[in-house]
Design a protein around this ligand. Structure first.
Ligand code: NAD
Length: 515
């Protein structure tokens, strides 16, 4: 997309003169501009979204699903342009961009079909003796205007991708993408305009971190994906107005390789899931624990393959394996973690250094051995193309080390014994675990996935992945409505005693365990 087109889009999204230049992260070239909206402009966007929302809600699940399906077809029809935009503004390989399209197209279809089922009214006959004959209805109502704040590492999946269930629930959405990767979100907004979607139900609130701060004050609910540090600030700000938040934050995902694992598969998976997207995936493998008998063989396999990876400027399908680092600050963290590990005794068996080429920032695919938990790389989120591999005596030690973390996002276990794999998985402190693969649970959209500990609050996917964009509304319809209920005023001794007798009768006995 040309700079001129981007500026037009920026204006149509409410931007005035202020814009932020966007570069191709692998070459440093200027490729467009994103709006840099201020507080007043965010207020205007929120007012437009608020006005558009009731009609969008009234369209119903079927009407909204039609819009989602039309957008899905538009994204696929424009896939080359979309993937190019993602790849350019992020610096990632074509295949990493294509994965974003795959997830998003699937999510549009999934939420289009499932939203109604997950949000349908439920009726209950309450068990309480006070409510005999009554009917209770549980409804899910959209909050109104939802703010989605997204990171730079997945400009489509973790930005518009999280807006899909919010929209299907009947909300209008203000999406705040990262200031360094706003073009993909603007392209989705263009797609919605082209398919004739109702105006103002999805608006891109692009700008800096300050734009995000303003947005929180104008919306009814915030879904945030980004660093743990920013997530804490957002939670604190939202607390001022008791605005609900869900947080998808950082991770330091462990991989456990048992001595009985298929080492060939484990090594291939370790390499791919630590390096894909330049290692800049929240659920990428950040550290591996390998049982002693297979440690040397595993390290040798991974290191040998890491040295064959092609890194460089993405130039279409199949051109490279690993792209650029998207942010200079992130490359600094990667460099610091590798240096710290080496100073404390780790050995680099592949890569190990920064690799500037042209205007892009690259970090070589890096494999470290002889690491331990005194090192930052094992304790913090590195978010780069690195894999530290630690030798462990047995699976007990591996589980204990995997759980020795402030984070708890995804995790993985490799063993040929699937039952054993499941038992180990059950003991890992994380929001998700995969046996004999990694990350793929992100595509199981029927099941919630989210972080525990400092990796987040709430989850995406499954029923709760859309119910979180709604408040519940409990409607009780009383069937027997005499003039006076035993609970009404005035209190009298006899009624109180009768109720007391009932309490004793109903709850004073039973429930004891048999010896
Ligand atoms: P970040 O926290 O720096 O920024 C995320 C977004 O928040 C950006 O749009 C940014 O402009 C905005 N922002 C910054 N300060 C703000 C503030 N005070 N108020 C409101 N908005 C503000 O994160 P990042 O560097 O863009 O992304 C990388 C991080 O995201 C990594 O830690 C990664 O693990 C995490 N991440 C998590 C998931 C997940 O699902 N758990 C997915 C992708 C990325």
């Amino acid at each position: 997309m040309s700079t001129v087109e981007q500026e037009t889009q920026a204006r149509s999204n409410g931007a005035g003169a202020k814009t932020i230049p966007v570069t191709n992260k692998a070459t440093g070239e200027l490729i467009g501009h994103g709006p840099d909206l201020d507080r007043e402009q965010i207020g205007e966007l929120a007012a437009r979204a608020r006005k558009a929302q009731p009609a969008w809600d009234a369209l119903g699940f079927g009407g909204r699903a039609e819009v989602m399906n039309a957008l899905r077809r538009w994204l696929v029809a424009n896939s080359d342009r979309l993937i190019q935009t993602i790849s350019d503004e992020n610096g990632k390989a074509w295949e990493d961009g294509q994965l974003e399209l795959f997830y998003t197209a699937d999510a549009l279809s999934f939420w289009g079909k499932r939203a109604k089922k997950y949000l349908k009214d439920q009726s209950f006959h309450p068990h309480s003796p006070f409510l005999i004959g009554s009917k209770v209805i549980l409804r899910y109502r959209p909050y109104g205007v939802v703010g989605v704040i997204g990171p730079w590492n997945y400009p489509l999946i973790n930005n518009f991708g999280d807006a899909i269930p919010a929209l299907m629930a009947g909300n209008a959405v203000l999406l705040k993408p990262s200031s360094i990767t706003p073009l993909t979100s603007l392209l989705v907004a263009e797609g919605l305009r082209e398919i004739g979607a109702p105006e103002d139900v999805f608006l891109v609130a692009a700008g800096s971190g300050g734009t995000g701060t303003a947005l929180i004050d104008y919306v009814d609910m915030v879904h945030f994906t980004g660093s743990t540090e920013t997530g804490k600030k957002i939670m604190a700000q939202a607390a001022e107005t008791v605005t609900p938040v869900t947080l998808e934050l950082g991770g330091n995902d462990p991989m456990i390789v048992c001595a009985d694992a298929d080492l060939e598969r484990a090594a291939n998976a370790a390499l791919f899931y630590s390096m894909q997207n330049g290692g800049q995936t929240c659920i990428s493998v950040e550290r591996a624990y390998v049982e002693e008998p297979v440690y040397e063989e595993f390290v040798a396999k991974v290191a040998e393959r890491a040295r064959t990876l092609r890194q460089g400027v993405p130039a279409g399908p199949g051109s490279i394996d690993i792209g650029a680092m998207t942010m200079a600050d992130q490359a600094d963290i990667v460099e610091r973690h590798v240096r710290d590990a080496v100073e404390k005794g780790a050995k680099v068996v592949a890569g190990g250094s920064r690799n500037e080429r042209g205007g892009g920032i690259f970090f070589q695919p890096t494999i470290l051995r002889d690491v331990d938990h005194s090192m930052e790389i094992m304790k913090e989120e590195t978010f780069g193309p690195t894999l530290p591999i630690m030798r462990v005596r047995n699976t007990e030690e591996a589980i204990q080390l995997a759980n020795d973390s402030q984070f708890g996002l995804d995790s993985s276990v490799f063993t040929k014994d699937r039952d054993k794999g499941e038992q180990i998985a059950r003991r890992i402190e994380a929001g998700a675990t995969v046996v004999n693969d990694c990350m793929t649970n992100y595509f199981a959209t029927e099941v919630p996935i989210g972080g525990i500990k400092q990796s987040g609050l709430g989850a995406r996917h499954g029923p709760m992945g859309i119910q979180k964009y709604c408040h519940t509304h409990n409607i009780l319809v009383t069937r027997f409505a005499p003039k006076r209920s035993p609970l009404f005023f005035p209190h009298d001794k006899l009624t109180t005693k009768v109720i007391g007798g009932f309490i004793k009768l109903l709850y004073g006995r039973g429930g004891r365990r048999k010896a």
